[in-house]
Write a protein that binds this ligand. Sequence first.
Ligand code: GH3
Ligand code: MG
Length: 700
Amino acid sequence: MDFYLQYKEQLDMLLKDEDNVNFFCELAHKSFRQDTEFYRYILESTLSFTKLNNLHKATAWLNNYYCWYYFDMSKYKEAIEVALDAYNVLEKYGNKNGMARLCNSLMSCYSQIGQIELSNEWGIKGVEMAEEIHDDELLLVLILNIGIGYIQLENFKKAKEIFNYIKAMDYKLVGERKITFSQCIAEIEINIGDVNKAIKEIQKVYELFRNINYEFFISETKKLEAMAYCKLYDYEKADMLFKESYDFAVKFNQNFELCHTLVKWSDMYIKTSQVEKGIEKLEEFIPIAKEYDFYQLLRFSYYKLYNIYKKREDLGKALFYLEEYTSVDEKIYNFQSSQWMAKFDASHSEREANLYKILYDKTELLSSIGKEIISTLDENNILKVISKEIHKLMKTDMFSIAVYNEETNEITYKYIDDYGNINLKGPVKLDEGNYLTGYCIEHKEDILIQNFNNEFKKYVKIDSIDEYSDQNIDFSSLMYTPMIVRGKIIGIMTVQAKDENVYTQNDMSTLKVLSNYVSIALDNAISYKKMESIAIYDNLTGLLSRREILKIGNAAFKHFNSYKEKLTIAMIDIDKFKDVNDTYGHVIGDRVLREIAESITKNVRKADFAGRYGGDEFLLVFPNTKIDRAKTIAERVRKLVYGKKHLVDKNKKINVSISIGLYELEDGVDDLMSGIKRADIALYGAKNKSRNCVVIYNEM
Ligand code: GH3
Ligand code: MG
């Protein structure tokens, strides 16, 4: 049938039911990157038809393809705009299939302009959806693109895990994807592996070019080849290849490739001490990158220039590039805190753990253990949860977590013994015989051993097992995996069994998922502890924390002791505060507590200090103040607190009073604590008297 007749017929069908969009999608799919003009033409004419006829769903589907047209034109903002629009429309219709595809498009766009985090978020979201609708092909594309994102972030280890997964799953890769896959493997090998393997992969790519329009891929392939030859120190050949890559990028209008090539080319010059030439390439790259918002590349490059000029002590230029660097950094950050980021409600780490779950294992059990682990803020509890659960997942005669202290280069092993008690071993220096742990930490790599006696030499440079001081000699099968948070290694996890050949690659993957959860949880626990201990202000009232007011009190006590400066302290407790809670609830109670704290701080002098000592108790420190003066202030505070009305119900306001005990420090008092005790005694005096009053210790 004549093409245009067929096309018209299909438009009519679309008008009847806008789900009849397949014909157009297939047309686009076939011509994509093979016949760009036709691709654009088909999409634009069909889109003007669907828009005119208010076919929103069909428009959204086609916009997903149109987004890729913008993408190839380096118009990423436009690409993102149509994709987001389309996503919103399909979300309304609950069309998971289309949404998952748009996740993929958005992931690629954001990655291109350097919004890798955002890109990653979309990718992982897409992965979840593709899983849900059992679309393995789309799942593969998404995972492939997530891998590319990690390469762009120069996180080659993670990228490698992902590509290993793709290999292991034995997915059928065809056409362009085969090319992309080989290019990625090559880039990973160049950076963290074997250059010769990389060159072999690149050869594969050239062979694939025979059956495909290679315009889109040639510049990148040449660039990768150049990078490989840099690794082999053949800079002449590399220079030539960079030039070819550059020319192809110009010829085919590929701005991203052009920029990327210039950056890598300049890297080579800088490395070979031809710094001027390196700067020249970067200067050519910057305006193009700025025009197309290649933030990530810009950020890396500004930082490089900053360092070059700093080294040369050209501080003016160094500062200029540092400022450029920070401004790009901020832009990236602002993007990340944009409304789209906010749409992803769970935290990034949690989603990342989720990706691992999908990559390595699909059981719900893991995810529920993960949730339990992540919600724990106590290190020992984390260990308990995981030790209990791991037996359900694999054979375990010994399980241990070792926490690594980078500063002291020490590790502390923690494990649960047969009686359910937590045992510690260490801290021990990493280099004192803890070879496998050391290897795992140093290389940030997993270890899977089926037979300890035969295999330990792969990881350990010792001749005899007698030199081995780790506890694992009783065990034949061992697995180790590092725990990494934000690129930093915080420890390892190990599972061991007495028999040989116990663990498979699959068990290793499971352990990795768990280690991911534990890493997040431990990181949370550690930051929580830190936050707790460094908190200067009390969360609820905003007054100084107990720890902080005691610190200040102790300093004032030193002045009292050494320089005979006067010092008076006050203990305050809210009267019948339990009743407020019981009558109006804790939320109102909290508010009243906050308001009382506010009245207290407002009405002491600037030089005085107020802290929350306990539940409804406050400690005031009046430095350089005699009891009479302190009494006047305390009376004022008491009156003003009692005078304030607190709204506790729709129309109900109440007054709440406080009792105050005062004590002026006297010679012979050993420390601040003894002073506080006396102020407390005075406070109880006030409670016994009538409440809502001030009592002085020495007048009791
Ligand atoms: P008294 O006059 O003898 O001090 O009576 P009281 O009811 O205030 O008794 P006490 O000081 O022993 O009890 C303090 C009460 O303060 C207990 C608890 O209900 C409440 N409380 C402590 N901390 C908080 C808090 O952070 N928020 C709220 N809403 N209530 C708290
Ligand atoms: Mg009280």
